[in-house]
Design a protein around this ligand. Structure first.
Ligand code: SF4
Ligand code: SF4
Length: 169
C-alpha cells in the first residue's frame, strides 16, 4: 500500500498508467480499478518509461467524479500546489483530493464508497472492442464526443443489485 512510499508516482514512472483528477492511477487495461503494491529490490531489471494515452486531457474536460462525489472531495479546478490538509502531498502541482473528507464519509456510512470509480468513463471492461474504441476516442480531439456518448449511453449509472447479478450470469 502507501506505507513505505507512495504507490501512484512509482506506478506512473513504471508506465502502468496515468494520473487522474480523482487522484488514482488510470490504467489502459483496467481504468481506475487497480490496487497497487510495491516490491523493493536491487535486481538488475530493465526500466519501463511513463506512458500517455490521453487521460490528462480527458480529465481536463470531464468532471464526472467531481460531480458525483457525495461529499465534494474531488476538485473540479485546475491542478495546483494548494493542499486541503496534512494528508495531502505538498510541493507538487497536481489534482489533489480531500482524502480526510472522503474517509470521514466512509466511516460515517460504515463502508467504503468508490462512487468516483464507478462513474469514471475509464471504468469499463476493455475486453470489448466498443469500449476500446471509446478509450481511443478519449485520447483524441473527439474526447468531448466520447464524454457526451458515455453519458447518453448510461455508463456510470448505479445499478440495482438484481440487474448486476443477472448481467454476470
Ligand atoms: S470514494 Fe466516494 S467520498 Fe471518496 S472521493 Fe470517491 S466519491 Fe468521494
Ligand atoms: S471521472 Fe472524468 S475527470 Fe474524473 S478521473 Fe475519470 S476521466 Fe478523469
Amino acid at each position: 500500500m502507501n506505507d513505505s512510499a507512495l504507490a501512484v508516482p512509482y506506478a506512473i514512472k513504471a508506465g502502468l498508467g496515468e494520473y487522474s483528477r480523482l487522484g488514482l492511477l488510470i490504467t489502459k487495461e483496467y481504468g481506475p480499478r487497480v490496487r497497487l503494491g510495491k516490491i523493493f529490490t536491487d535486481l538488475p531489471l530493465a526500466l519501463d518509461a511513463p506512458i500517455r494515452f490521453g487521460v490528462k486531457e480527458f480529465c481536463e474536460i470531464c468532471r464526472r467524479c467531481t460531480d458525483a462525489c457525495p461529499v465534494k472531495a474531488i476538485s473540479g479546478n485546475e491542478p495546483t500546489t494548494e493542499v486541503y490538509n496534512e494528508s495531502n502531498l505538498r510541493g507538487v502541482r497536481k489534482w489533489s483530493i480531500d482524502g480526510e473528507r472522503c474517509f470521514d464519509y466512509w466511516v460515517k456510512q460504515n463502508s467504503d464508497c468508490s462512487i468516483c470509480i464507478r462513474v469514471c468513463p475509464y471504468n469499463k471492461d476493455f475486453s470489448h472492442w466498443w469500449n476500446r474504441l471509446g478509450r481511443w476516442l478519449a485520447g483524441t480531439g473527439l474526447r468531448r464526443l466520447m464524454l457526451w456518448l458515455d453519458q447518453r449511453l448510461g455508463f456510470g449509472e448505479r445499478w440495482q443489485p438484481r440487474r448486476w447479478w443477472a448481467s454476470s450470469r
